[in-house]
Design a protein around this ligand. Structure first.
Ligand code: DGI
Ligand code: FE
Ligand code: FE
Ligand code: FE
Length: 187
């Protein structure tokens, strides 16, 4: 699918701010695909659709998680996590994107997972560092990504885990598994 077509499909599903974020993720993902040697068009498409389900009503997402037999555990954690796997499902069923690499990059863009593919890594970190983001520590991650993609992901996970613990939020197991995976890789 062409970029302009994809953007016109996703736009009505997003707020203005989220659409600007999506453009930022798209441009960052294409840059990273160039840098780390991945299909730029696939990275572009995955980025455009990564937050497709961000504004779906919680009850709709919940039904999809149950009906599609996604991990039930999701329902015990914050609904903010649901838009990633549900988005992947809706991008397949509503938009007609069948590419499993793209669908997995959408599914895992919020928590990551151990053994991420290059595309999953690109979308995960592009979502974190795109130019409109201003989390504490994002500059350090932007620097790291220039030389060390895995190191940048690990740092972003550390920042997210610290942020969640400060809020007394629960941490989804995949987030911790992903963190553990990248820590062990350094050993
Ligand atoms: O959708 P975006 O805002 O672009 O970014 P995202 O899909 O990475 O989701 C970000 C939100 O999800 C952010 O507020 C942090 C939260 N999050 C990430 N990992 C976890 C988490 N929330 C909980 N409760 N547990 C997690 O493990
Ligand atoms: Fe998201
Ligand atoms: Fe993210
Ligand atoms: Fe996002």
């Amino acid at each position: 699918m062409e970029k302009d077509k994809a953007l016109s499909i996703v736009k009505p599903h997003l707020t203005e701010k989220r659409y600007i974020h999506t453009i930022g993720v798209m441009e960052t993902a294409v840059d990273l695909a160039k840098k780390y040697g991945y299909d730029e068009k696939k990275a572009e498409l995955a980025a455009i659709f990564h937050d497709y389900a961000k504004y779906r009503p919680e009850n709709e997402m919940k039904s999809i998680i149950i009906e599609q037999k996604m991990p039930k555990e999701l329902l015990d954690f914050h609904p903010e996590l649901w838009h990633a796997p549900v988005g992947s499902y809706l991008v397949k069923t509503e938009v007609g994107i069948e590419d499993v690499d793209i669908l997995n990059a959408i599914t895992y863009h919020t928590t990551g997972r151990p053994n991420m593919t290059l595309l999953e890594k690109i979308i995960f970190i592009a979502d974190y560092i795109e130019p409109n983001r201003n989390f504490p520590g994002v500059e350090q991650v932007r620097d790291l990504v220039k030389t060390n993609l895995d190191g940048a992901i690990l740092q972003s996970l550390k920042n997210t885990i610290i942020y969640l613990t400060k809020k007394n939020a629960t941490i989804y197991p995949d987030t911790l598994y992903t963190y553990n995976y990248f820590i062990k890789m350094k050993e």
